[in-house]
Design a protein around this ligand. Sequence first.
Ligand code: CP3
Length: 345
Amino acid sequence: METKDKLIIRALNGEKLLKPPVWMMRQAGRYLPEYKATRSLAGDFLSLCYNPELATEVTLQPIRKYSFDAAILFADILLVPQALGAKLWFVTGEGPRLSTITSQNDFDLLDDIENIDHVLSPIYKTVSKLSSELPDSTTLIGFAGAPWTVATYMIAGRGTPDQRPALDLIKSNPKVFNLLINKITHATIHYLSKQIDAGAEVIKIFDSWAGSLKGELFDLYCIEPSKIIVEEIRKVYPDIKIIGFPRGATNNGYIKYANATAVDCVAIDSSVDTQWAANELQKITCVQGNLDQKLLVSGGQTLIDETKRIVKTLSNGPHIFNLGHGITPDANPDNVTKMIKAVRE
Ligand code: CP3
């Protein structure tokens, strides 16, 4: 099947479809026993990310099991900092840890963007394997973190509830903060371009912590870097489809983001009123979302009702069905089957 005929691409081209295509954030993950088995074969999470055979295998597992309309490359947004020379490790039960960037000296120790492929080339290999192994109708999505979200981890050295260390650095050392945002922006343009060269048909930019940027900061550090990424990539790949996810933005923020970045689709989290998205956001762009991922833990009739409500509410414009955020390890795999059935029937 040609890329342009795939359901996800048709929705991204602004087409209103009879049934929305469906995929899930973190669809390859710890809620699946087969994922856990392959992960332990790899040894740990990062070894899995850098092993093209096994990363391909875990990407394909949810496609075989559920026939999602899209497969998302198995990797992580924190591989870019690692490729730039930050130390990165994962603490079981807690999450990522990185060496921190808080001074000019820390920043100067980062590697040149020209060198990141030494670390990232296995990821491009995974993309190209997926491109040849995926079922014909499945869309291949590549991704990267947005500069602000990646910077919050690089500055704090870990995930933080309020992104305070990064917000503080904007004030205490704007020069280093801006250098860092710029560097991540240009590394990301390179990284995403290489994924497109390897066969990614869509790319998604995850700005998971966009919600902590208020007022002018949202324009400067969420919208602006993503706009540059979209513009630079489209200069070389005018037809590539791009999904943006400024998670936690205000309603007005989502609208501004859609208009300014000109992404083909905006992903919305579960806190966004679906009816508002249908009335306002869908007028400008395709909308992806926004089932509360907790419903895949609790299941039952509420899962079915909520799934159908979202499909119906967004049925008058281009829509890709997804969750508001990633599926959690305690989700029941049978609930995913029920959700997909409710979307497609
Ligand atoms: O969606 C997918 O299935 C594709 C793969 C993917 C992963 N991470 C795999 C992963 C994607 C797109 C990401 C993005 C990512 N990574 C984001 C942005 C999206 C979001 O969730 O907000 C962020 C902030 C990260 C950073 C990160 N990676 C954190 C905070 C954690 C730990 C949290 C946790 O669930 O343990 C990770 C680890 C991670 N990334 C896992 C997976 C499947 C779990 C690793 C494991 O197997 O233990």
